[in-house]
Design a protein around this ligand. Structure first.
Ligand SMILES: [Zn+2]
Length: 195
């Protein structure tokens, strides 16, 4: 949906080095869940038995995931995500190209944001959503940041601005009623001790 001049530039221009995980995640794209799970388990040197023990499931359950007979349920996917430090999207064989719903950057496991408990938040990049708070309170603020950091000789500032103005409001974050109006929004407050 974003052309070659899309927000992919964001990460490159900001100079974030490609993390080690990147290669692994790339390889796991287009794999089926069963293969992803076997790959991750063997990469950690775990037997089916050992993985089963950590997840409090039977070895047969692990075996069935790896033959493709069954798929882990959502709760188990969360545990696997935490254990292997990969997103649920990756566990499922990357069925979708995740985009940050605030800035539009394509997401991989290295650029995903996390909740305070360390679990992935698969909606946002780690620069837009930091420690449970959004880095940009208005669309204008984000646009100014992107114009300042993404414009260059080939992509002049006014074009970046036009692109941002056209594309950013389509992202879910800015479609929520409390945002996108130019007003400051209170960050969501995960109340500690509510569980
Ligand atoms: Zn973002």
């Amino acid at each position: 949906m974003y052309g070659p001049l899309g927000l992919r530039r964001n990460s490159l221009l900001l100079g974030f080095p490609p993390p080690e995980w990147y290669t692994v995640c790339e390889v796991m794209t287009n794999m089926e869940t069963k293969d992803v799970l076997r790959e991750l388990r063997t990469a950690r040197g775990l037997s089916q038995e050992e993985l089963a023990g950590r997840l409090h499931v039977t070895r047969q359950a692990v075996s069935r995931w790896e033959t493709g007979e069954t798929t882990p349920n959502p709760e188990t996917l969360k545990l696997l995500s935490k254990l292997f430090q990969v997103s649920i999207n990756t566990l499922l064989g990357s069925p979708q190209q995740l985009l940050c719903q605030c800035c539009g950057m394509p997401l991989d496991d290295a650029s995903l944001s996390r909740e305070a408990d360390g679990s992935f938040n698969e909606e946002y990049c780690k620069w837009c959503y930091v420690d449970g708070e959004f880095a940009y309170s208005t669309l204008e603020e984000l646009t100014e940041f992107l114009v300042a950091h993404m414009s260059n000789a080939h992509w002049p500032a006014e074009q970046v601005r036009a692109f941002c103005t056209a594309q950013l409001p389509k992202l879910r974050h800015w479609q929520r009623p409390e945002r996108g109006t130019g007003g400051a929004c209170p960050p969501p407050s995960p109340s500690p001790g509510s569980r």
